[in-house]
Design a protein around this ligand. Structure first.
Ligand SMILES: O=C(O)C[C@H]1C=CC(=O)O1
Length: 92
């Protein structure tokens, strides 16, 4: 099942820089593992924002929720999820 996911990150100003950097490094490793596994096939930066559009390819709503809720930056994110279905005119 494919899902379009929009993530916006808002790290509080009072979070120490070293702590923010540590969480961002964890986030990078976590996301790169999921990309290598094929579960996170697209990750695109939104120009001019600390936000991304991603496509996840997972088995269920529950699996997606599990993966998203384990993002190291999860507590600093607003996330919206759009389930995707095959378009009848798509040639792929
Ligand atoms: O930077 C972001 O958009 C947030 C998050 C998503 C992947 C990652 O490495 O960080």
């Amino acid at each position: 099942m494919l899902y379009l996911v929009h993530m916006t990150v808002s790290i509080p100003d009072n979070l120490p820089t070293a702590e923010a950097d540590r969480i961002k490094a964890e986030e990078k490793a976590y996301s790169q593992n999921l990309q290598k596994s094929g579960k996170w096939p697209h990750l695109w930066r939104v120009v001019g924002e600390y936000a991304n559009y991603s496509v996840f390819d997972v088995e269920s709503n529950d699996e997606l929720h599990d993966l998203l809720s384990k993002l190291p930056l999860f507590k600093f994110m607003k996330i919206s999820v759009t389930p995707l279905a095959k378009h009848p005119s798509s040639i792929r």
